[in-house]
Design a protein around this ligand. Sequence first.
Ligand SMILES: Nc1ncnc2c1ncn2[C@@H]1O[C@H](COP(=O)(O)OP(=O)(O)OP(=O)(O)O)[C@@H](O)[C@H]1O
Length: 291
Amino acid sequence: MTEHLRVAALDVRYGRRHAVRSVSFALGAGVTGLLGPNGAGKSTLLRTVATARRPDAGSVTIGGIDATTSRHHRRVRRGIGYLPQQPGFYPGSTVAAFAEHIAILREIGGRAARRAEVDRVLTAVELGDRRTDRIRSLSGGMRQRLALACVMLGDPRLLILDEPTVGLDPEQRIKFRGIIAELGRTRAVLLSTHQTDDVASLCSRVIVLDQGTVRLDDTPRALAEVARGRVWESADRAPGVLASWTTGDGTHRNIGTPPPGATPATPTLDDGYLILMDSGSRPVTAAGAGR
Ligand SMILES: Nc1ncnc2c1ncn2[C@@H]1O[C@H](COP(=O)(O)OP(=O)(O)OP(=O)(O)O)[C@@H](O)[C@H]1O
């Protein structure tokens, strides 16, 4: 495996608040989802990996280069595409002019090569026919695709995407997933999301972060397997369970300790995530799961 990113014993603090605690993992090609509740430290971790924030301890190595040393930043940043949670646009600019502006900032050039690169990324996100449209006239999904196109400029080997599918309608989300899946064939993609279905349909690996620490680093299947034997359906709401909700067909789906005689249901990623989050700091084993 060509290693694109290695994070080792990473610690990030805001004053006395410890946002990321002793996080370690390494990534080769593929799409890895970063899941976790609000405030878990996902954005802080991504920002630090993207060299936008300096860690308090630990290291980030990108393409074999120490990314925590500012004298390597310029070189390292060429190999990173970072999509922050709220990318900024110039609404009055056209699609192509904006992408070209970012290409200049990323030092992609000369002019002909830069234009060709802008064309390449706009075509990849299916905005090739919107080159002359003003950004203010684009839908939210199109803007998000433009942001992704800008991240792809220069073809970085590591893509860091902070909640890239937030606010997208199902059609746009599917389109977006297709582009990200294609990118992940030869590049390392690390994306944070609150959408477990993004993880299920897109990621070969999932890292669950909670209170700044890694709670699980495994396959999406392994996360679902955490709930094996602890999910069942019943005609009535089961009392004293961790979670219970009415499904579309009127039955109740329950998560917790099943009563005697209950038939276990096939666990989903959501089920596994809920159980994992409920288990506090206890170690969790994914029965029957494997990579
Ligand atoms: N600029 C900041 N100054 C001080 N504390 C911050 C700052 N940014 C984040 N934090 C704190 O650090 C912790 C981690 O925040 P972070 O935004 O990384 O979490 P997150 O998992 O991305 O959350 P969300 O899912 O809501 O985006 C939280 O307790 C948050 O309040």
